[in-house]
Every structure is written in structure tokens, then in C-alpha cells.
Design a protein around this ligand. Structure first.
Ligand code: PEP
Length: 252
């Protein structure tokens, strides 16, 4: 059976004090969460706070980005080894905000992905189409192209991989993809993954949906066969709403 995941992507939000408060609240509202791996991805500046506050629980944490080199003259960058040093298990790569706002290409994402795996991190690779691409019936083609390039030269990682299907038009808009559309794309992603890395690896890889997930829509999304959890932005910023979603994922 595949692992279920509830991953919080805080983006550029929360001070260290706010992070501490969130973690303490999360421990109170969700002391008994089983059947789902909960992962908090705060800004780099709060990773150590999450590690201090949640280090003795089953919950995990991760970063929202990393560089592809281990160390050296790369001003402003953070290496995957530094993230391991902070106890990170995961790193989000290829988020559409980084692709669109910071100009990250698939070639760059591919380098980061390989470096993250080498360092012992589990990448959460984000793929997804724009509204225009969906309206022009190009969604599959776009996602296939992203996967082809992002996963190039990858050998099935022993530590695993997570993929998040995040249609760009659903991120932060309050308009989520229908569960049918999400299932259709996620089963397509699993099929592609089988071609790149083998059927067994694909069958065991968690593939998540992301885009305006909340406690009202997650149960319907999770009822789909291939969807193993969610990457959650806005609704992950409050401990109670995030815990409610995580619980619904666990119970699905
Ligand atoms: C995200 O940024 O990964 C995301 C899914 O955001 P939101 O849940 O706010 O749409």
C-alpha cells in the first residue's frame, strides 16, 4: 500500500515565533494522527524551529527549494546537504511559483532533483499546466514534457520520490480541479513514471494533488484511486484547518 501524505507548503509565510506557535497548536489538535505522513515545509529560516518542536513526533519537515551543488561559491543558495543537516526529509522542487516567478527551467529542476536524491532527501516534484494550456487541450502534453525533462537520467531512488500534480490555475485561486480531472492526470503521471522507472516503482510512488485543497473538498479528491494525498498551501497556514485535512486524508 502506498504511503498517504499531507504536505504543508507555507511559501514565504510565518516568522519563527509564528512557526513555533503553529507547531504547538498542531501537536494539541492532532496528537493522534496516524495513517498519514504529515510534512511541514516552512521557509528555510524556520526549519530549525520545526525540527525543535516536532522532532519527537512522527511528523516530518522539508524545504521549498534547494540548490544542485553540495557546497561552494554560490551566494545565497542552500545545498541539499545543509537541509539534511537540519533534519529535513523532503524538498519541494519545481513548484509553479518558482518556474513562473523565478524562471526555473526543467533542466534546472532536473539537476536539483538528482542532487536532492544523492543527499538523501525525498523530492516532491511539482508539475502542472496553465489555464490556457488546459483550455487548449494541451494539459497532458505539458505535464508529459515536464516529467520527461525533470526525470531525465534518474535512476529509481531507493529513498523514494513524491510527485504533486498542481494545475497552475488551481493554486491559490479557490478553484480546485474536479476529482475526475485530477484522477485522470494522476493516473497518466503514474503511467509515465512506470515507463521511466519501472512498474513496481510507479505503483509504490505517492502522487498528490495540489491546488486550493481544503477540508470541504479533500474527501472527494481522496476517493479517487490514484490520489495519495495533497500538497496544501493556503489551508496549511492554520493548524486546525491543516489537521482537519490531514485527518480526512488518513481516513480516506
Ligand atoms: C501550493 O502552493 O502548492 C498550493 C497548492 O497552494 P494552495 O493550496 O493555496 O492552492
Amino acid at each position: 500500500m502506498r504511503k498517504k501524505l499531507a504536505i504543508a507548503n507555507w511559501k514565504m509565510n510565518k516568522s519563527r515565533a509564528e512557526t513555533r506557535e503553529f507547531c504547538q497548536q498542531l501537536r494539541q489538535v492532532a496528537p493522534d494522527l496516524t495513517g498519514v505522513e504529515v510534512v511541514i515545509c516552512p521557509p528555510f529560516t524556520s526549519l530549525d524551529v520545526v525540527a525543535q518542536e516536532l522532532g519527537d513526533t512522527e511528523m516530518r519537515w522539508g524545504a521549498q527549494n534547494c540548490f544542485w551543488e553540495r557546497q561552494g561559491a554560490y551566494t545565497g543558495e542552500i545545498s541539499p546537504l545543509m537541509l539534511r543537516d537540519l533534519g529535513c526529509s523532503y524538498v519541494i522542487l519545481g513548484h509553479s511559483e518558482r518556474r513562473q516567478i523565478l524562471g526555473e527551467t526543467d533542466a534546472v529542476i532536473n539537476r536539483k532533483l538528482i542532487a536532492a536524491i544523492e543527499a538523501g532527501l525525498i523530492p516532491v516534484l511539482c508539475v502542472g499546466e496553465s489555464l490556457q494550456e488546459r483550455e487548449n487541450h494541451r494539459a497532458r502534453e505539458v505535464v508529459k514534457e515536464q516529467l520527461d525533462q525533470d526525470l531525465r537520467n534518474l535512476v529509481a531512488p531507493a529513498g523514494g520520490l513524491v510527485i504533486a500534480y498542481e494545475p497552475i490555475w488551481a493554486i491559490g485561486t479557490g478553484v480546485n480541479a474536479s476529482s475526475d480531472d485530477a484522477q485522470e492526470m494522476i493516473s497518466f503521471i503514474r503511467e509515465r513514471l512506470a515507463q521511466y522507472l519501472g512498474r513496481e516503482f510507479a505503483a509504490g510512488t505517492p502522487i498528490l494533488y495540489g491546488g486550493s485543497v481544503n477540508s470541504n473538498n479533500i474527501a472527494e479528491i481522496m476517493a479517487e484511486e490514484d490520489i495519495d494525498g495533497a500538497l496544501i498551501g493556503g489551508a496549511s497556514l492554520q493548524a486546525d484547518s491543516f489537521a482537519a485535512i490531514a485527518r480526512l486524508i488518513a481516513n480516506a
